[in-house]
Design a protein around this ligand. Structure first.
Ligand code: IPD
Ligand code: CA
Ligand code: CA
Length: 286
């Protein structure tokens, strides 16, 4: 091989590629596809599933969630044994590489067990606590959302770029809630969005609604209390599509705690942050 050719290849790889990131990005996309297929098999035979509850009657789970997470844990451990892994169903294994996979095997379990299509597999990879990879697979819609730090965000291979002309007033805002948050606080947040001339939607999957923000379908998403596995993949997608998000602290035990989740295009961010701050929140932007 001529020397100049080798030099050119080396230069290109130095400029564009971070092999550590790209190898994990490729694996995250391939695993999200496969995990989505596994989850879809269960969805199609959901009448046979035994539905269990966790914290309360609204917090449901089945073997589908556990099997999908086990599949992802085993594949990640085989490919990157030194990486950490946090999943909703089986908890946190600390790694030593600086990379941590943060996975919700099925986000939108309530829609899933009730036969609605708004659920997804959500896979994030954090590096030093920052989401550097976000992949969300929505099997019922044949949609794969994928983003990696510095590489942009895409939906089924089409690059995503947020439109700053979209506002709370001329677009829809996703709002989420769970039983960690008082009904009065949720009501007051929805009220504030409506008073500001906006409207809200909730489809039962916060991760999917964050992907919708990255795709420009929703202008923003806000939920006062979510876990890392619900939001980290969506956060990477929104950031790489040109939006903003409220930091989710991944320092030590914080990674395991519930925190407010807010992401939007650049135009709606301040308004949503003000709603958050006026309704029991105290965060700042990132
Ligand atoms: C839930 C969904 C829901 C959100 C909850 C989450 P799960 O996750 O994302 O939309 O409002 O806070 O816990 O239980 O379906 O994985
Ligand atoms: Ca979830
Ligand atoms: Ca889940």
């Amino acid at each position: 091989m001529p020397e100049t050719f080798e030099i050119r290849i080396k230069d290109r790889s130095m400029i564009v590629h971070d092999a550590n990131l790209e190898q994990r990005f490729a694996l995250a996309k391939s695993l999200a596809e496969k995990a989505g297929t596994l989850a879809l098999d269960y969805f199609n035979k959901r009448d046979t599933l035994v539905i269990e509850t966790k914290r309360d009657l609204q917090d449901v789970v089945s073997i589908a969630d556990r099997d999908v997470e086990t599949f992802l844990r085993e594949r990640v451990a085989a490919a990157f044994p030194d990486d950490g892994f946090l999943g909703e169903e089986f908890g946190h294994e600390v790694g030593s590489s600086g990379y941590t996979w943060v996975v919700d095997p099925i986000d939108g379990t309530a829609p899933f067990v009730n036969g609605m299509p708004t659920w997804c597999v959500s896979i994030a990879v954090l590096h030093d606590g920052v989401p550097v990879i976000g992949v969300i697979h929505v099997p019922c819609a044949n949609e794969l959302y994928a983003a990696a730090l510095g590489l942009g965000a895409s939906l089924n291979g089409e690059m995503l770029s947020l439109d700053p002309s979209r506002t709370i007033q001329n677009a829809m805002t996703g709002i989420g809630c769970n039983t960690h948050v008082a009904p009065e606080r949720v009501g007051s947040i929805i009220s504030a969005v409506l008073k500001n001339g906006g409207t809200f939607i909730r489809n039962g999957s916060g991760a999917l609604m964050l992907a919708y923000v990255a795709a420009g379908r929703l202008v923003g998403y806000y939920e006062p209390h979510m876990r890392a596995w619900d939001c980290m993949a969506g956060y990477c997608l929104v950031k790489e599509a040109g939006g903003q998000y409220l930091s989710f602290s991944a320092a030590g035990e914080d990674l395991l705690k519930g925190q407010p989740v807010l992401a939007s295009n650049v135009s709606a961010y301040a308004e949503l942050l003000a709603i958050h701050n006026a309704n029991g929140g105290n965060g700042s932007g990132s």
